[in-house]
Structure formats: structure tokens, C-alpha cells
Design a protein around this ligand. Structure first.
Ligand SMILES: [Zn+2]
Length: 175
């Protein structure tokens, strides 16, 4: 009996996402071609891994070099886009205190963006203006705009190309 590629990958990866190493239920897993098929990548086990769907979506048709850039730009353990919230919630107490203030400002911005649905800004300039106003509405200083924008980019909540925003990859609401 042949096993399906996804089952086989999940088994060899110990049931974890290849990149963020969080437990990965089968229904949330997807097959990522390290070298995309559109770039000549093969559809065999040497070129495929099981990973979180959100990361697979983000990687899209990126070249392997671009994917590695995304991975190397992160500091500390790699977090897939939709796993960020869960990972920071379970962070060690020592690391939580230093990150608390900006993370809260970030949460306020994420909440505001979620509410907007499809009416989110399509350019970095428009988003920067919106982030500043969301911060002020929620009692934060607009001076944090730069920091929040950096986090949105670094944590891949936004997919940006030439100062235009191609996609939002917001983590699920924490209630
Ligand atoms: Zn993952």
C-alpha cells in the first residue's frame, strides 16, 4: 500500500511543521515545494516538505533564495505567519515582559485591521497613516508607528512589494 505524500512527510517530520516545528494537524498542513514547480522544482520527496498553510501561501512562487531570505530575516525560532500569536502567548515569562508594551500596541493595530476586512489599505503609505491613527485611538503614541510597521513586516503579517501591499496574513483573533 502506498502512503500519501502529506502523510509520509508528516510522519518523517514527527508531526511538526518543517519550518516552525509546531505540532501540525493534517487538516492544517500543506505541501511546500522548496524549489517551486514553476522554477523547475521536482515533485518528489527530496523537494517537498509539510508546513503550515499560511507559510505556504506566503511563499507562493518565491524562489528558494527569497524563501531563505524570509527565514534568515527572522530572529530566534522561526514562526509561521498564523502561528505567531500562539507562539508569543506561550513564550517564557522572562521574554514576555520586555516585549509586552509594543506587542500590545501591535495587538491593537491587528484588531483594527481585522475589523476592516477587505477595506484595508493597499499601499505602505496608506497603512502607515492608518496604523498611526489606530494607535492614537487605542491610547498609544503615534511614535510607535515605525516599530509596529517594522513588526508587521518582519512577522510577515503583510506581503509587500514595491511599497504596495499584496496581501494581509493576520493571525487569528485571541478573543
Ligand atoms: Zn509552521
Amino acid at each position: 500500500m502506498r502512503t500519501k505524500p502529506l502523510d509520509r512527510l508528516l510522519f518523517t517530520q514527527g508531526g511538526e511543521c518543517f519550518f516552525c516545528r509546531q505540532p501540525l494537524p493534517r487538516e492544517e498542513a500543506s505541501i511546500e515545494h522548496l524549489v517551486a514547480v514553476t522554477h523547475g522544482g521536482k515533485d518528489n520527496d527530496e523537494n517537498i516538505v509539510a508546513c503550515c498553510q499560511a507559510l505556504n501561501t506566503l511563499f507562493g512562487r518565491m524562489s528558494l533564495k527569497e524563501k531563505l531570505t524570509v527565514i534568515l530575516k527572522q530572529q530566534g525560532p522561526f514562526h509561521c505567519p498564523a502561528r505567531q500569536a500562539a507562539a508569543s502567548a506561550s513564550a517564557a515569562p522572562g521574554t514576555a515582559s520586555t516585549a509586552a508594551a509594543p506587542a500590545t500596541a501591535l495587538q491593537a493595530v491587528l484588531k483594527g485591521l481585522r475589523k476592516r476586512g477587505n477595506a484595508r489599505p493597499r499601499t505602505l503609505d496608506a497603512l502607515t497613516a492608518l496604523v498611526a491613527s489606530l494607535l492614537e485611538q487605542n491610547g498609544f503614541s503615534a511614535k510607535e508607528t515605525k516599530d509596529v510597521m517594522a513588526r508587521l513586516t518582519r512577522q510577515h503579517y503583510i506581503d509587500v512589494q514595491d511599497r504596495r501591499i499584496n496581501a494581509y496574513l493576520l493571525p487569528p483573533s485571541q478573543g
